[in-house]
Write a protein that binds this ligand. Structure first.
Ligand SMILES: [Fe+2]
Ligand SMILES: [Fe+2]
Length: 472
């Protein structure tokens, strides 16, 4: 398998597509549908502008990306898998220790297809959710980051479509078509997962989406990277390299929001910063509460026989599976989870294999907490005696054992009346969203920033912050 990516091909790839004519033709058939989807459902405007984008040129550790100005529709979407490790073995489940699979065992075909479709569905969904944001970008630097994320989510769709075409025959091709037919928020053909049908209509939501929801992607891809189906594992491994930048955009971007808010709080010696056109901390906290809770839902139910089946079959593991010190089979283990029983919190022991979703969610929560610490350090540096926090994991959940329960961000169980009364202080209200939207005005001069966000510390790929990241 050639490691170098072949850009002389119509579809850039490192899977030797040239030698598989049937597969190449099937993908070349899908390619114009993808192009149509991109022009109809991708970024609104800017399609004829040159954007400073990175393109994958190698899948190795060093120097896998190349930066240049390209028009969005000219971005070279392609199929890139990390290198194969011929000694790789299954790391968990009933078949632990056996060699990984290069083809799909018939008995796991349906489950694997489902996992790939669900992952694949999220990729174009986020592009659809973000399609209007270019109109209100706070800087050219941010505009470029948005488009970088959009083209890479498009590439992640390619990654999943490749697997569907290459390994699932006719029904794989149908699923690949369907990935372009469902649309975010479409009442008749919605995307599969709830968070991917929410609107991302302002840049604060976008930064929180990249922080919390792209991070869910990191954990899902990390769990699929453990898969016994080796092509899926290698696909996810390379997607994770691209995904890191998406989460950087969220973590660094929110740091810039906090910094700007602190500057204004100190300058005017007030918490009431809305008259000065920046985002007040209570509003930011409500946005955090919303995006964190909808992202937690993406991990599925706390106890799940599907997840247990995926795990025991070796289809989907836990994040960094090898780092767990248990036996990686989990049939003889118990794991405790917190549940509400008769109106009180109680710890319940469950067979470990049924709570792998919850274990994945816990790794994710720990990771999310790092950003909060980083933003709280900024508050400390400015001498501001307030902190941001992650809400309790049972807060505002639509999926799993906490669905329909009324739990405050502090973990207090309340009744519905109390919940309704508290709600405007816990989640963004219409008025909050209107205020945030009112701040969203485009800033397109190089190096200039919207008032509500501080400039980044450095530019992209050693370019200065005032670089012409998008040629308008
Ligand atoms: Fe992605
Ligand atoms: Fe992403």
């Amino acid at each position: 398998m050639p490691r170098q990516i072949d850009y002389s091909e119509n579809i850039p790839n490192n899977v030797d597509l040239a030698s598989d004519r049937r597969l190449r033709r099937a993908l070349e058939n899908w390619q114009p549908r993808f192009a149509d989807w991109w022009s109809e459902m991708g970024p609104v405007g800017f399609q004829d502008k040159e954007v400073y984008l990175r393109t994958a040129v190698d899948v190795g550790q060093q120097g896998w990306a190349h930066f240049s100005h390209v028009k969005l529709p000219d971005y070279r979407w392609g199929i890139f898998l990390s290198e194969r490790d011929p000694s790789r073995r299954i790391g968990f489940g009933e078949l632990k220790g056996q060699p990984v699979w290069q083809e799909i065992p018939g008995e796991f075909r349906t489950e694997l297809r489902r996992l790939i479709v669900v992952q694949g569905d999220t990729e174009p969904a986020s592009v659809e959710q973000q399609r209007y944001l270019g109109r209100t970008a706070p800087s050219l630097y941010d505009l470029r980051n948005l488009f970088q994320i959009n083209v890479e989510e498009g590439r992640h769709l390619w990654a999943m479509v490749y697997l569907l075409h290459a390994y699932f025959g006719r029904d794989g091709r149908d699923e690949a078509d369907a990935l372009l037919e469902r649309h975010s928020g479409d009442p008749d053909h919605p995307r599969i997962l709830g968070a991917f049908n929410e609107k991302t209509s302002d840049w604060l939501s976008f930064l929180l989406f990249t922080y919390f929801t792209d991070r869910d992607g990191k954990y899902q891809l990390g769990a699929l990277k453990e898969s016994a189906f080796d092509p899926l594992s290698r696909t996810c491994d390379f997607m994770l390299k691209e995904e890191a930048h998406h989460m950087f955009v969220g973590a660094a971007g929110l740091g810039r929001v906090v910094q700007r808010t602190c500057e204004v709080m100190n300058q005017y010696d007030t918490d009431d910063v809305r008259p000065y056109g920046v985002i007040d901390l209570p509003t930011l906290q409500k946005y955090i509460n919303f995006h964190f809770s909808v992202s937690l839902d993406l991990f599925g139910s706390e106890t799940s026989t599907n997840a247990a089946n995926y795990y025991s079959a070796g289809l989907k593991g836990r994040f960094a599976e090898a780092a767990y010190s248990d036996d990686h089979v989990l049939v003889d283990h118990e794991e405790s989870i917190s549940e509400i029983v008769d109106g009180h919190w109680s710890e319940r022991s469950r067979p470990a294999i049924t709570v792998v979703n919850e274990q994945l969610r816990r790794s994710y929560i720990d990771d999310c907490a790092k950003g909060m610490r980083r933003w709280n350090r900024i508050l400390d540096e400015y001498g501001i005696d307030q902190q941001l926090g992650l809400p309790h994991e049972a807060f505002h959940r639509q999926v799993g054992i906490h669905r329909g329960q009324f739990v405050t961000p502090q973990g207090e169980i309340v009744n519905e009346a109390k919940w309704t009364e508290l709600l405007p202080r816990l989640l963004p209200t219409e008025a909050d969203r209107e205020y945030v939207t009112s701040l969203m005005r485009p800033v397109y001069e190089p190096g200039h920033m919207a008032d509500w966000i501080a400039p980044p510390v450095t530019g992209i790929n050693t370019q200065p912050v005032d670089y012409q990241y998008v040629r308008l």
